[in-house]
Design a binder for this molecule. Structure first.
Ligand code: 5GP
Length: 198
């Protein structure tokens, strides 16, 4: 279920949507672009009710909420959109995050699932660009998830199954970038964003 009523009011800034199946290198690409600093953009920290992984910091990786707090945030209209990305695991884009970044005159980058990505693009229209990062193949994706070793085998199976569904959304995005070679993918996303933000 998704909440996509009205786009928050803002005076500056554009919305950059990056979606990809889990394990496609999306976070690596976003972090590389943030570190390069060539594109003016700040990361919107989403809220989730999933447990933090080792090394994840509350308020930096995500705002980690209890089930109850996530439900209250939905009820209070705090999300631009939210999705149950995996059974029982909710993720949502906070209005306050978009407002914080956009009101300070910066572009905002969202790392969100495909349904959220398509919804946010519809909400913001030309003010937003949506980019889908595609794995070279499902087999390559499984290998990456196994190599990352942050998920149980069951969670990996779940993520691979979901990846197949997510790839079917690719045509609804403004741009599709295949992450076969990481530095090339970073370069491709970077040039799309330079065009969009200049
Ligand atoms: P992970 O658990 O690996 O951090 O994220 C799982 C999925 O949730 C990823 O596809 C990620 O892009 C997505 N996600 C993270 N934040 C949000 C959000 O605010 N909204 C939506 N719709 N998806 C999100």
């Amino acid at each position: 279920m998704t909440s996509t009523n009205t786009a928050p009011r803002f005076s500056h800034g554009k919305i950059i949507i990056i979606s990809a199946p889990s394990g496609c290198g999306k976070s690596t690409i976003i972090n590389a672009l943030l570190q390069q600093g060539e594109i003016d953009m700040q990361f919107s920290v989403s809220a989730t009710n999933r447990q933090p992984r080792p090394g994840e910091i509350d308020g930096v990786s995500y705002h980690f909420l209890s089930d109850e707090d996530f439900r209250s945030a939905i009820a209070n209209g705090e999300f631009v959109e939210y999705e149950e990305v995996y059974p029982g695991c909710y993720y949502g884009t906070l209005r306050s995050e978009i407002a914080r970044i956009v009101d300070s005159g910066h572009n905002v980058v969202l790392d969100i699932d495909v349904k959220g990505g398509v919804n946010v693009k519809k909400l913001y229209g030309d003010r937003a660009v949506s980019i889908f990062i595609k794995p070279p193949s499902i087999e390559a994706l499984r290998e990456r998830l196994v190599g990352r070793a942050t998920e149980t085998p069951e969670a990996i199976d779940q993520r691979v199954a979901r990846a197949e569904l997510e790839i079917s959304y690719a045509p609804q995005f403004d741009h599709v970038v295949v992450n076969d070679d990481l530095s090339q993918a970073i370069g491709n996303v970077s040039s799309i964003l330079k065009d969009f933000t200049l």
